[in-house]
Ligand binder design. Sequence first.
Ligand SMILES: *[C@@H]1O[C@H](CO)[C@@H](O)[C@H](O)[C@H]1NC(C)=O
Length: 474
Amino acid sequence: MVTRTSIRLLYSILFILHARAFIHPIEIRGKHFVDSFTEQPFFIKGLDYQPGGSSRVDGKQDPLSDPQKCARDIMLFQQLGINTIRVYSLNPDLNHDVCMTMLAAAGIYLFLDVNSPLQNQHLNRYEPWSTYSEPYLQHVFKLIEQFSHYNNTLGFFAGNEVVNDGRSAQTSPPYLKALVGDMKQYIARHSPRPIPVGYSAVDDLKFRVSLARYLECYDANNKFNDVDFYGVNSYQWCGQQTFQTSGYDKLVDAYREYSKPVFFSEFGCNEVLPRQFQEVEALYSKEMYTVFSGGLVYEFNQEANNYGLVDSDAEGNIKLLPDFDTLKKVYGKVHMPTAEDLQRGLEKDRAAAMAVSSKSRCVQQYDNLEITIAVPNLANSMIRNGVQVEPGSYVDLSEDKLRTTYKIFDVSGKEILKGSRVEVVEVFDGSNLAKMRKLRRARYRNGAATSFPTSAIVLTTIGIIELLFQFSVI
Ligand SMILES: *[C@@H]1O[C@H](CO)[C@@H](O)[C@H](O)[C@H]1NC(C)=O
């Protein structure tokens, strides 16, 4: 009897473990993102998310601090079928555990910008020397420290469109490069795994290539200050276009020989309404996937600039806008490139395939950029000692956390998703147990596995106990 009770106890403990979110970290291999566990390429299919605009960050709230609102919006992310969001501004002194766990459970990754419009939380593009300060770096490192503990943190953006005109191109490039170096050094020393750091660029022909090249290059004195990936904010495909008429052909050519992953950190023109999101098909097609790793639609919430997919009222209830339905259809039809697709593509696209081995050493000059300004070294002691912040961790999600009290209305005003909850897709339940076993077998056959993850032990134990139950051994 004692054995029976203790086995049941063990089973319930394991059940609690396996009801937690499990999500595989994404890594960079060459020019692409890869799921570190399944070894499959990872293509970003997502959107930009900053409800209330960047001004909604303050001491009390930010976009990932309110579980009720996260549940409401994550249900809609799942309707759209996305795998990634980008958030522009967060406050590291708030707790983000529930929202991050819910995103992880929904199979959704996060790109996080480390800046906000608040004082000491961003670089001034024209006078970066006045804002590149210890309090600023502390803000940056606190976000990194907190978010590096979540497996679904996919990457950090050091900046968004900091260089956006002739004047900022004469002042900020060296500061951006220094900041990337600071962030990567902090991660190398303090994070449980290497999390990629990149930059999100305005797509301006004056520095489309030069800024990308400058941020990509490495020099002998600093082996940390090259970006790990490059984000392009592209608004050039408007209405009915083709790969050629949109100019995407030239855009792809510009990045073909880039040695790091490139993707759209924002996309979706609104000059021709309603939006058709026709560029999505091009983005995941063989014309692009050897060079671009997908992208993020700008943006989830309706703001004054009129890019929103949903609108919210004063009470926090949501109404879907027509573009939501269009994007849902378009994203639903996307065939995500597989490992085989990518391999075949790269066999044809030799330039992209070779790009990885052509990592570029920094040169003296980059078109239209001033790169000789010396940046003071302010980060050393913080990098050595770390910064104090509550580290992020996944929490158990009870049923009620996955639901929302807010209402959601479709385009015609009818209430939808009543009584629904965030669908948990990333758990070791019976349904993906078989899938995981198969993936593991495939991986071992390929001889790619090097370590046996704890999770797999838990998985196997649960499997055995479940079998024992089935055959009434216990
Ligand atoms: C995070 O990823 C690691 C490495 O794949 C894995 O061992 C661990 O179980 C994951 N943790 C969670 C909570 O998903």
